[in-house]
Design a protein around this ligand. Sequence first.
Ligand code: PEP
Length: 252
Amino acid sequence: MRKNIIAGNWKMNKTFDEASELSRLIARDYADCTSVDIVLCPSFTSIKAVSDIVSETQIQIGAQNFSHEDDGAFTGEISYTMLKDLFVKYVILGHSERREFFGETDDLINKKLIKALDKNLKPIVCVGESLNERENGVTKDIIKNQIDSCLLNIPSEKFSEIIIAYEPVWAIGTGKTATAEQAQDVHSFIRQRINDQFGSDAANIVRIQYGGSMKASNAKELLTQPDIDGGLIGGASLDAQSFGEIVKIAIG
Ligand code: PEP
């Protein structure tokens, strides 16, 4: 039985004070939640504040990105030591916005994934097709390539630490959600691909989140699909009540 993981990707939103307030509200209601893994991913400038606020709770902190380099002359980058210093446990890798606006490739994501696993950060690896790709009927080719390239050379026993986020790009921030059937179809394809490449233990244990306009009104049908193990939430994670409603649904 895989535990649901609900992660809030706050993206480039929330000032220090706003992030503190949001995390205080979430911690007030879900501090002791153990039946679902709750992860908050603030911007780098708010990680310390949010980390302090949730430090005595079950809520964990994630970063939205990090460098595959250890340290040194990499202006503007953030290393794993900096994150671990602030008790960050998860890191989002290869979000479609990073692929689209900052040129991140599968190869770079693979390097970051290897570094994250080596340094005991749990990676949330994002994959997903564009609208054009879905309309051209190549969704599964795209997903297969992303999975194979991003997960290259990852040992099978690491899959208990890895989270895959299936995020159809056309559903992110658009209000359009994949139907539960569309999402389940791709999730089960991803699990099958991991089964073929890394074996059944890896496939059974890896958690696969759905992301793309998940909200309280569609969370139940998505989260009750057999291969959907949680959600990566953007817009709806910026409000404590909306995020809390999704967590409540994931708790069941
Ligand atoms: C995301 O950015 O990971 C995301 C899923 O965003 P939204 O929920 O706003 O579509």
